[in-house]
Write a protein that binds this ligand. Structure first.
Ligand code: AVI
Length: 334
């Protein structure tokens, strides 16, 4: 397999379009120069990508969301007890990293409100629009809930909140932790650990290892929604980097590797082709069947979670799972 990146020098730097200096532009330039081309799944989530992800979560094959929803519903009292202050009147901050539509979190929020807990819900996201939408929806649905939104990078938000008196519990649900490579996951957990005290808690959603066919099906659904989600990245490059990608020449491919516990997703070039990125003033050639690696979705076991938690300075306090042991929500204590 051969690949070639041809760089056409810019007539002048000042003539380069703004898109050429965006983080997506830099990411694409870097990722498509690698011997095995890669793009980060972080860039899946433009408006269309977010809409497709909502559709994925409702698919019959995509078990994680529905399983975690059931698990939080069944164990809400025990989970809240593990997160709540036990013997203090101090204020309690329930922070959530990447809250989305808050559907799963509302199970815990309702339970905390019903049991008279005094707390503030702090959803954290880098998108002001997403947070404003969530805060408005919560205000309408749970008018008694105190909400304080934080627009920031996750680790920065925790550092920011560390100066506030009161205990914190941090939620990182939905198996988002599975999208990190192991080294990045370690760095991320260590950064989360730093501002937390021994009274604080972290609740993390981990998808568990299971029948490999079941896992693979979740990432290669019969209706092709996951394929559209992956291929949308190419549409995004066409739109935002003025690329001329013919998406009909690309396919979604995914596989689960039980040795590493990773589902890996790829975009496959079905023929030899060259793509021009006008905003980058660069062209990239792809051999027939050459692939771009676009996503990792790691699956875990309880011992693995214990080990990775310990490596980041946490101990596993509680491990909640569903009756099929498909998914787990794990309470970690510093
Ligand atoms: C957001 N994340 C946890 C999803 C996952 O399962 O890795 C993203 C996803 N990719 C394909 N389907 C869903």
């Amino acid at each position: 397999m051969t690949s070639l990146l041809a760089t056409v020098p810019a007539a002048s730097d000042s003539a380069a379009p703004a898109a050429a200096t965006s983080s997506l532009a830099n990411h694409v330039r870097e990722g498509l120069r690698k011997p095995f081309k890669t793009l980060s799944s972080m860039y899946f989530y433009d408006d269309e990508g977010s809409r497709l992800f909502q559709a994925i979560m409702a698919l019959p094959e995509y078990y994680p969301t529905r399983t975690e929803f059931g698990l939080l519903t069944t164990h809400r009292a025990a989970i809240c007890a593990a997160l709540r202050p036990t013997s203090t009147d101090e204020h309690f901050y329930l922070m959530e990293l990447g809250a989305g539509d808050g559907l799963k979190t509302k199970i815990l929020l309702r339970h905390l409100l019903d049991t008279g807990a005094k707390f503030t819900y702090v959803p954290v996201d880098i998108s002001t629009a997403a947070l404003d939408g969530l805060a408005a929806a919560l205000q309408a649905e749970l008018p008694d809930l105190a909400v304080e939104t934080v627009v920031a990078d996750y680790a920065d938000a925790l550092t920011l909140m560390a100066s506030r008196p009161g205990r914190k519990a941090v939620l990182f649900l939905g198996s988002n932790i599975g999208n990190f490579l192991p080294a990045d996951r370690h760095t991320f957990l260590r950064r989360l650990r730093q501002p937390l005290t021994s009274d604080d808690r972290l609740l993390v959603g981990f998808d568990l290892q299971k029948d490999p066919r079941q896992i693979r099906a979740a990432y290669d659904d019969a209706q092709g929604v996951t394929a559209a989600f992956n291929l949308n990245l190419l549409h995004r490059l066409n739109r935002e980097l003025q690329a001329d990608i013919d998406v009909a020449n690309w396919q979604h491919y995914t596989d689960y590797d039980p040795l590493t516990g990773a589902v890996r997703s790829f975009l496959v070039s079905t023929k030899a082709q060259t793509v021009h990125f006008a905003a980058l003033q660069e062209s990239v050639s792809f051999a027939a069947w050459e692939m771009i690696h676009t996503e990792n979705s790691y699956k875990f076991t309880k011992p693995l979670i214990e080990t990775l938690a310990a490596e980041a300075g946490f101990r596993m306090q509680e491990f909640f799972t569903d009756e099929r042991a498909f998914f787990s929500d794990v309470v970690l204590a510093p």
